[in-house]
Design a protein around this ligand. Sequence first.
Ligand code: FAD
Length: 469
Amino acid sequence: MVHDALKSAKARPLWHDPEIMPEVQPALCADEKCELLIVGGGFTGLWAGLQTRERNPQADIILIEQTFVGDGASGRCGGFINTSLAHGKTNTEAQFPGECEQLAELGTKNLKELLETLERYDIDARYEKTGEMYVSLDEESTHRLRQNYESMKASGADVVWFDKEQVREQVNSPTFHAGIWDRGGQDGVIDPARLCFGLKHVLLTLGVRIYEGTRLINLESVGKTGMRAVCAGGVIYSDKVLIATNAFPSKISRIRRSVIPVWDYQIATEPLTNEQCEAIGWHKSRHALADFVNMFHYFRMTKDNRITYGGGGAVRYYYNRGTHIDLMDAPARYEQLVREFFETFPQLEKLGVRFSNMWGGIIATSTRFSMVPGTAYGGRVAWSVGYTGHGVSASRFGARIAIELLGYAPSDILKLQFVTKKALPWAPEPLRWLGVKLTQQALIKADRNGGRRGLWLKFLDWLGLGFTC
Ligand SMILES: Cc1cc2nc3c(=O)[nH]c(=O)nc-3n(C[C@H](O)[C@H](O)[C@H](O)COP(=O)(O)OP(=O)(O)OC[C@H]3O[C@@H](n4cnc5c(N)ncnc54)[C@H](O)[C@@H]3O)c2cc1C
C-alpha cells in the first residue's frame, strides 16, 4: 500500500511548481564590484537585500546563489509562519533569560512587518491565517498539553482547548487525544517558494543584481577596508559581505562550528477529493498542525486541499555534516513518512490517497535551537544562520540583525544577549554524530513514555542543551 501510494510521487518540492518557477538569472561571468555582497538566495539573503535597500536606497547590492533562489531550506520548508524567534518560550527562557518578553514583542512586530511587506510589494505568498494547533497523542502528554494551555491562557493568549471528541471534530484522526489551538495573532501558513520568488522579483525591480548558479568558493580580505569573493565565474570586490548560507558548508570556521545540517523530509498528497476531505473534516478548520511530542510531525493543508506532512521519525543527521544533494534520494525516509501518515489518517489509506511529491531539505541546527548571528573581518562580514526549523519569519529578523551588524541603521537590538551571547560550538566528529544519535534515541524514548525525560536528556537540560518542544 505504501509503495502504491508513492508510486507516482515526483522527487521535487511541491512548491517548485514548474508553472511558477521564475526565469533563472545568469551566472557571474566577469569580475564585479559592489558595496554589499549577499551570499545565499534563501529567505535570509533575500530579506537582507530588501531591508538594506529600504534603509539605504543607494546601496549597491549583489546577491549570489549557488543553484537557484529558493532551492535551499527556504523553498523546501513546511511554510508554517509564526512569531517565534528562539524556538518557543521554554527555549527562549533557558537560552536568553530575561529577554523572553522583549523577544516575543520583536517576533510579533517582525511577523506583522513581514506581512505588511508582502502587501506593499504585492507578493502573493498564499498566506492563510490559520493559527497553530498542537495535538497530543496519549493521556500523559495530554496532561502536559493542558498545563501549557493553562499557562498560555493565564498569560492572556487567545487559545482554545479541544478535548478528544472536539479535536476529532476539527481534524478526524484516531491518534489525537486533545488539542490546543493558538488562534490569536497572525500565525499561519504560506507557500514558501512563492515567497522566495516574490522577493527575488522585488529585488530585481529595485536594481539588486542577482547571479544564480554562482557559488562562493573563497573569501578573503583586501587590506583593511574591502573583501574579495572568489566565485566560479569571477571575483566580486565589495565593502561588506553578508553570509546567508545557513546549513551549507561555510568558509568561515565560526559558522561551521555553530550549525549542523539535519535533514528533514516531506511528502505531499494529491488534492483531496470531496470524499477524502469529508473523511477527515480538516478542510473546514484548516489548522496548521503539529503533534505535541519531541519528534513531531508538522502537517498542513494547501489552498488546493493537499496535505503536506513532514518531520517525525524521518529526521536525520548524517555523519560528518552530509549536505550532498544525493541525501534527498531517501526512499526509506519517504516510506516511513507514508506509514506515519496512514497511522494518523487511516481513512485516507482506505480511500486510496496518493502522494504527488516527496522531497528533503536541510535544517541548520544550532546548540541554542535558534539563530546565531556573528561578524568577522573587523565587522566587514556578518551572518545569521541556524534557525533550527523555525526560520520562515525568524530569518527576516536574522537578516535585520546581520545588516545592522554591517552598519545599516544599527539599533538597540544589537545589545540583546540574543545577538551578543556566543553560541556553544558543536563537538567535532565522531562525538557530534554520537551525541546527536543518543539524543534522538532519548527523545524517541521520552515520546513513548508520555514525555518523561531520561538521564541523558536531563543531563543535556542541565548543560542548557536540552531540546523541549
Ligand atoms: C524540510 C524543512 C521544513 C521546514 N519547515 C519550516 C516551517 O514550516 N516553518 C519555519 O519557520 N521554518 C521551517 N524550516 C526552516 C526554514 O526553512 C529555514 O530556517 C529558512 O528557510 C532558512 O533560510 P536561509 O535563507 O537562512 O537558508 P536557505 O534557504 O537554506 O538558503 C541558503 C542558500 O545559500 C545557498 N548557498 C549555500 N552555499 C553557497 C555558496 N557557497 N555560494 C552561493 N550560495 C550558497 C544555498 O544554495 C541556499 O539557497 C524548515 C526547513 C526544512 C529544511
